[in-house]
Design a protein around this ligand. Structure first.
Ligand code: PLP
Length: 362
């Protein structure tokens, strides 16, 4: 089987794969309502919330958009704390809907600088919300969301705290209620190892109060309608039923493994991969204390063409990895270890990296 080491779609759990063979059902019947309710219930401990969770038919970016358009008015001040490509994207989404966005941008491979964040928050007391990634997949770092939220709650008591956890929810702890977070988004094709096609979002009671009167344009992601349908475990438009079959099965598998064990496994996979890379004499992009449990970037050695390396890995070693984005293009390669991944998969990846690099150097 292909060693698919990109940040989604990730290899499905076999349970999820089997679930895709189920006979199709109507989305206006009790079987669908049962499925919808079951998925929401099983997601709850991963989000760490008793608030509403909505299942959107879209990729993760749709969920990011939903968390902007439902809580804001055009010209609202939004603070974007970015340390890479996906943070930049979220700011652009807010700008597309005419928000007044103040952008901060830390270097890719580093986390959001909290001292700088404090200053930006202090200078912008009227901010309606703050945006941040839990894992910035392009820089392969994990932001300290607990600390960031504590800071934002103190500095900007009225602002909503919105978190893109697309590439790490399901692989690392999230305590949305305890940490005071107002909106969280994830995507089915990431650490859930389910088929793509679903963005799952959670919305705090505080954020819900904003929905009714928010004046930003919205239609497909209008939570007023989505909420009405969610109350009876349905969606206003056709849901991705097949992806939901797969996600429910994946959640059952993760439940059996146990949340803590799932999180622990991800840390072990990360550490195994990082140790292997260092043993090969290669350089990691970021230090261990900020390294994401779901994806790792390594620096492409001098004289090696990143594209040629990727191509060789794909064509000869059946191993698919991701390249660097934006300013890291050609400088790093990224290897994901999220969802249905074993220690053997990591071994295989390390062997492929070593052999292909040797070949390129010859
Ligand atoms: C942190 C983060 N945000 C947003 C996205 C975009 O998700 P999608 O491609 O599902 O729209 C990704 C995808 O890799 C991501 O890693």
């Amino acid at each position: 089987m292909t060693n698919l080491r990109i940040a989604g779609p990730t290899p499905l759990y076999s349970s999820s794969y089997k679930a895709l063979q189920k006979e199709m059902i109507t989305h206006r019947g009790s079987a669908y309502e049962k499925l919808h309710a079951s998925v929401v219930k099983k997601l709850r401990p991963f989000f760490g919330t008793e608030s509403d969770i909505y299942l959107l038919t879209s990729s993760g970016t749709g969920g990011m958009e939903a968390l902007i358009v439902n809580f804001h008015n055009p010209t609202d001040l939004i603070l974007s704390f970015s340390c890479g490509g996906f943070g930049d994207r979220w700011a652009s989404i807010a700008e597309a809907y005419d928000a007044d966005v103040v952008r901060t941008r830390d270097r890719m491979g580093t986390t959001v600088d909290l001292d700088n964040a404090r200053q930006v928050m202090e200078a912008n007391p009227s901010a309606a919300s703050v945006l941040i990634q839990y894992c910035e997949t392009s820089g392969t770092v994990l932001n300290d969301i607990k600390e960031f939220s504590r800071l934002a709650r103190t500095m900007l008591p009225n602002a909503l705290i919105l978190v893109d956890a697309i590439s790490v929810l399901g692989a690392a702890p999230m305590k949305m209620d305890e940490w005071g977070i107002d909106g969280v988004v994830t995507g089915s094709q990431k650490a859930w190892s389910a088929p793509s096609g679903l963005a799952m979002i959670a919305v705090s009671a505080r954020a819900k109060l904003k929905i009714e009167n928010a004046r930003m344009s919205r239609f497909y992601f209008d939570l007023r309608l989505i909420d009405r349908y969610a109350k009876r475990n349905q969606t206003p438009t056709t849901p991705a039923v097949g992806s939901l079959f797969g996600l429910e099965a994946a959640l059952n598998t993760m439940e059996r493994e146990g949340l803590k064990n799932v999180f622990q496994r991800h840390l072990q996979l990360r550490d195994q991969f990082r140790a292997g890379v260092e043993k090969m004499g290669l350089k990691l992009l970021c230090p261990a204390d900020v390294a994401s449990p779901t994806i790792t970037a390594l620096v492409v050695p001098e004289g090696i063409d990143a594209k040629a390396w990727s191509q060789l890995l794909r064509e000869k070693y059946d191993t698919i990895i991701s390249g660097g984005k934006k300013e890291l293009e050609g400088k790093v390669i990224r290897v994901a270890h999220m969802g249905n991944v074993t220690s053997e998969d990591i071994d295989l990846t390390l062997k492929a990296l070593e052999a292909s690099l040797k070949e390129l150097k010859e």
